[in-house]
Design a protein around this ligand. Structure first.
Ligand SMILES: [Zn+2]
Ligand SMILES: [Zn+2]
Length: 234
């Protein structure tokens, strides 16, 4: 019996779309669920890649001003499907979804990542207290799978969360910014490296902005980001 088959009997993989044990068993997603997972199509913000209503717009509302990051990419629209799936990844102990999404994100972003000349991947860290409670950092699982596929090193110790912030979803735009202020600290001096920040969801960008600001202050080069889901322009 192969090791994978053995593990699948003990811990069968669940499907990130229907949340049942995958059909056929052992696959990362059901054959029939695959087609429901579609990356974003159509006009997108030049800077953060948010889906836009009209192509003439060029930038979303949030990217009209100067950004700390260079550019970013969100793979899937933040639909009900992705909301449920990422919720299970975060709170439902479905770590396998993180690996699945990390590999898929690598597949969809390969060309862009090459152009960006990334030196290292940094997952958005959780506060130590939250990490202890949850047992794992979903962004880290995504980043590991992503980095492995594209052969880019994943640095987990450079960026640290020093503030146990409130969940962003309960806050409006201004409150989000305030909530994230000084949330991160950089533990190492940097030397012009281009960094790709990885997180599960991008909404207004205040988390990425705050992390990018700290990394640049510490000497990083250009900052980019990649997230599995990205909200629409509001
Ligand atoms: Zn399924
Ligand atoms: Zn934007």
């Amino acid at each position: 019996m192969s090791r994978n088959l053995f593990l699948d009997i003990l811990y069968p993989r669940h499907c990130p779309v229907c949340h049942e044990i995958t059909v056929p068993r052992g696959k990362k997603i059901c054959d029939t669920c695959k087609e429901k997972l579609r990356p974003i199509q159509g006009p997108r913000c030049f800077c953060c890649s948010k889906p836009l209503e009209r192509a003439e717009q060029e930038y979303c509302k949030d990217c009209g001003k100067i950004r700390q990051f260079q550019q970013g990419l969100g793979i899937f629209p933040y639909s009900t499907l992705l909301q449920n799936s990422l919720f299970q990844l975060k709170y439902g102990k479905r770590q396998e979804y993180g690996t699945f999404y990390g590999e898929l994100a690598a597949y969809y972003s390969r060309d862009k990542i090459k152009n960006w000349e990334i030196d290292m991947v940094i997952p958005i860290p959780l506060h130590p207290r939250r990490l202890e409670k949850r047992g794992y950092n979903q962004a880290e699982i995504i980043a590991q799978a992503f980095g492995k596929k594209l052969d880019i090193s994943v640095e987990k110790k450079i960026l640290k969360r020093q503030k146990n912030t409130k969940p962003q979803k309960e806050l409006n735009h201004q409150e989000r910014k305030k909530n994230m202020k000084n949330a991160f600290v950089v533990q190492k001096k940097l030397n012009g490296e281009n960094i790709l920040l990885i997180d599960d969801i991008y909404t207004t960008g205040s988390t990425i902005e705050e992390a990018a600001k700290e990394l640049k202050t510490a000497g990083a080069g250009k900052i980019f980001f990649l997230t599995i889901a990205i909200g629409a322009d509001s």
